[in-house]
Write a protein that binds this ligand. Structure first.
Ligand SMILES: [Cu+2]
Length: 334
């Protein structure tokens, strides 16, 4: 299994309480990250990791995004199945490359991405299958793809793959569940923090009950390279689901594949407003509305929204929610 970075946790900087009040007064208005950047003196700052995008607006509203966070929510990459040596093999292709991502205000972040998005593609396979991941490094920095799971050392993805080179990782999926993948080139906290992570969903032999399935990956951005995160996000773009809420149907079963890939922090929580979820696979357990995940920890949550309306989801480390890790679920009639 993988080994989360042991980078010392950095306490998040103090946030003016005005953000919270403004956010509450402003409803869904995305005041958070823009105000946060101003308060941190980062607005308009050209640090090593960021520059001016010239794009206005906050939280994805008027930005031209290089990938669609709404697509990241519900898109699963099932690869292509071929027959090899008399058995099926599921093939995936993953490419590392740099892209500029407008994160908030005028912060344009040079991110390292997998298939041009953050998180990388949500790979999906079934227990008992063998998968082959062809990893091409189209970036100018060495990267790798380290997949959590049980496999031989040669498939562990800790060797740097040089720019322009390709590596092939092949593993047998003996267990169902969620398995993070991420670059493992040092400093890992930096390579992960710039966007090189994603999730493999391994379905059990018999499918789980039908549900509206959502992928939520929590991450953080150290945009001025000071060893601390200034911005956070679900699925790559700060505040994306605050401006464009996650649409679900009243009373529908919602299944959330949740992963925390936020480096440079203590464990984060995930909190659902006005509702409670059950943790799939955790045995008999009372529904709850907060769960704690360290870096690379993941879980499957299930819940239904009985009432119409908009409901927040966010880490209950509120200073982190106020810097981009905030979303709404909007419940509409079935
Ligand atoms: Cu890397």
């Amino acid at each position: 299994m993988g080994h989360p970075q042991s980078t010392p946790g950095a306490a998040a900087k103090e946030a003016p309480s005005a953000w919270t009040r403004r956010r509450l007064l402003g409803g869904a208005a995305a005041l958070g990250t823009g105000a946060a950047l101003t308060a941190l003196g980062l607005r308009g700052a050209r640090a090593e990791e960021s520059g001016h995008s010239g794009a206005g607006g906050h939280g994805g509203g008027s930005r031209s995004l290089p990938f669609d966070p709404q697509a990241c929510l519900r898109s699963f990459e099932r690869g292509r199945v071929i027959q090899e040596n008399g058995r099926p093999l599921r093939l995936f292709e993953v490419e590392a490359r740099s892209i500029n991502v407008p994160l908030a205000g005028d912060v344009l972040f040079k991110a390292w991405t997998l298939n041009g998005r953050i998180p990388g593609p949500t790979l999906r396979a079934r227990q008992g299958e063998r998968i082959r991941v062809v990893f091409r490094n189209a970036d100018s920095t060495a990267h790798s793809l380290h997949l959590h799971g049980v496999h031989p050392a040669a498939m562990d993805g800790i060797e740097p793959i040089l720019p322009g080179r390709t590596a092939v990782y092949e593993v047998d999926l003996d267990r169902a569940g969620l398995f993070p993948y991420h670059c493992h080139v040092a400093p890992v906290s930096r390579h992960v923090g710039k966007g090189l992570f994603g999730l493999l969903v391994v379905d059990p032999p018999v499918d789980r009950p039908p549900a509206d399935e959502l992928v939520l990956v929590m991450g953080g951005y150290d945009i001025n390279n000071d060893g601390r995160n200034e911005l956070y996000a679900f699925n790559g773009i700060p505040d994306a689901y605050m401006l464009h809420p996650i649409q679900v149907r009243q009373n529908a079963l919602v299944r959330i594949y949740l992963l925390n890939m936020t480096e440079l922090e203590s464990p984060l929580t995930f909190h659902t407003h006005a509702n409670a979820f059950t943790v799939v696979g955790a045995g008999a357990q009372e529904p709850t509305d907060v769960i704690t995940l360290g870096v690379a920890e993941r879980t499957i949550l299930e819940l239904r929204y009985p009432y119409l309306g908009r409901y927040m989801v966010h880490p209950h480390q509120d200073q982190i929610a106020e810097r981009g890790a905030m979303g709404f679920v909007e419940v509409t009639p079935a």
